[in-house]
Design a protein around this ligand. Sequence first.
Ligand code: SF4
Ligand code: SF4
Ligand code: FES
Length: 769
Amino acid sequence: MGTMRIDGHEIPFQENDNILKAALAANIEIPYFCYHAALGSLGACRLCAVEVASVDPAQKPRVVMSCLEFARDGLSVSVSAAAARQVRQRVIEFLMINHPHDCPVCDEGGECHLQDMTVACGPPYRRYRGRKRTFTNQYLGPLVHHEMNRCITCYRCTRFYQDYALGDDLGSMRLRNEVYFGRFQDGPLTSPFAGNLVEICPTGVFTDAVFRQHFARVWDLQTAPSICPHCSVGCNTLPGARDGTLRRVRNRFHPELNRWFICDRGRYGHQYSEHPDRPLTAQVAGVKMSYREALAAAAEQIKAAGDKTGGLGSTREDLESNAMLQTLLNKLSGRFATFSDPQLETATAAAVAALQSSGGAPSLAEIEQADAALVVGDLTAHAPMMDLALRQAYRNGAKLAILHSGPCLLTRFAATTLTVAPHEIGAQLLHLNEQAATASNASNQHKKELADIATCLTTAQRPILIGVSETMSAPEIAALVQLATALGSHARLAYALPGANAYGTTLLTPTNSTNAVLEAIELGQIQTLIVMGNDPLGDARLGARWRAARQRLSTLIVLDCVATTTAEAADILLPVAAWAERGGTFVNYEGRAQGFAPVFQRAEPLPNTVEVLADLAHCLELTLPDVPAVLNNLFPGYQTPFPGTMGPSLPAPSLTMQTDTTIGTASITHPGHWQVALTSWYGDDALASYAAALVELAPAAAVLIHPTAAFKEGIEDKEQVRLRGPAGTVVLPVQLNNDVAADTIALARVTLAQLGVGHGDLLELERIL
Ligand code: SF4
Ligand code: SF4
Ligand code: FES
């Protein structure tokens, strides 16, 4: 703490601040390229030159790099001094020697830091008349476009990609004037955070390949503060739209959550809203109709069904829509649920109850400060930015332990990895509990790993336990809570929940409601079902049962913005606005209610889900209270969070943990059967799986088996095997993978749906000889 002077203005600084950081915090502009608040200083670009007066009046002032010089009490700095200005001008002139003068056609134009700095500091004309150095560009996959000639050698890309995100397939090559930033060979970037290169590069070397397909000048984009709809982290974003279509998504700074970055699912998943199959016209019995006609038909069916109407909300729909659907169902005395799989409903409810009772989940900024962490499941696929936060903790020296059943990117950084079949996860958590509580030596085949994890957690000052609720059962979630309790009050607990609004939706979900709705349909007690933003007929484990139950319904009414299996089977389809076309609120994994604003309207606007529900109520001659009144009733003291603000905690009544830690310890083996582990990847959520660029990167469908397990069964790599599940049979090649547990096969979400099984279920595997 102290003060210094910059061009006569007294400004404060914090301990260890450099001059540039302190100046920027005080809104004083010093030109710079290579410094980045997340990456620190490097001194590569030499643009941040300032003049610093010496304490000794006999000595001349000297020019220094402001990003490399610590701020000191009483320091006198000049940004405007002629010597400093001249250095900056020469730096720009040198950089522009090789830089193409293609600003009018460059896709970075309008948000290029080099363009801005050249106008601000550089000479107005180029003196150099020789040949420019040129490079060959690389194909880096469908997400990031490469134009290497624009590089100014600031090293921000590699510092982000390698040092910050811990990726290993992009780096700097060659020497001197020939330094090249790219991959060793052409090919898609493999980091789930690669898209951040687009924002981190101060020029147009890395640009958004999806945005380029249907390019718009950035100054023509309509933007508004938004929240990512693709997972429960709730990263803050800034979508940009033009001519009634969504063109891109960028990061928006939130100091406690995503800060400067987002993951590639958040950046590129938006393509779902421009998918060619997106339903844009209402349909009744497969025939296109006007919205009003379809609405009237839906109201007629609901009226006929009366209290035999059911409703299914969704974890990917906002708080407002779910609350209004619940209110409509209450008015009709109908049944309401929000999940399509009862197991997922129970596990999510257990996780939310655990988060509430543990005093709240840590923010991403707090996760970065952990000195030890236990992760249960594949965090990268389910909450990518939580993974990036843990990578920062790891860089700071934290010890990571991973308990998992299938492929998991974070194992690369783990001090201890315990790979066990899905049904053994709970038992291992109980063993860990014993060890943490009593330092006992469990007699277990994984004794060493358990002892290592227990030691690492019990000796840590800031341990964090993170579970992926989609691949955990409720008792396993309870066992993780117990472990947190055993570690003491300094231990923090977080769960990656299944959906952007899973937390908020769960608070509206009556206990065991999914089962109740499904059984009621099967018993003929529900005739008309309203499904909003959900896909029960495409559910992995229960899709076949939902599809059979659907036959008992007289009317299936679907409100959605993607062409799911359920939307395609609808009797009445009411297309609704996608998230960037409307406002709403998502409650993230911390219980933080974050508002998102409508970014744009389509040329032919679609109603949002709340409007459709209100119109339905009107047709039914029912009076629904307005959204604020409904939410205030559900959450006393609720204030609608203003988009662009930090997002307050939802004032929610506490859920009770409905489960205990009774976990079967006997291993479940059936001859010829394997336990199934879901191998998800960051692009396969319900919405992003309609994003073409992400789909292009999806791993090829395969049966992942550990080499030892495969050897035991005589199964070879790439061999075709047949899998039989309750819903169907699939033939796929085997892929040997060291990250899969024994007795386990790891399968993609789409394969699980074809077979009709979920994570932890048993499956028959047959060799095709
Ligand atoms: S590619 Fe971009 S970020 Fe990387 S060194 Fe060049 S200018 Fe800097
Ligand atoms: S971590 Fe989740 S919320 Fe954040 S950008 Fe990625 S998908 Fe979106
Ligand atoms: S920002 Fe200081 S040398 Fe680049």
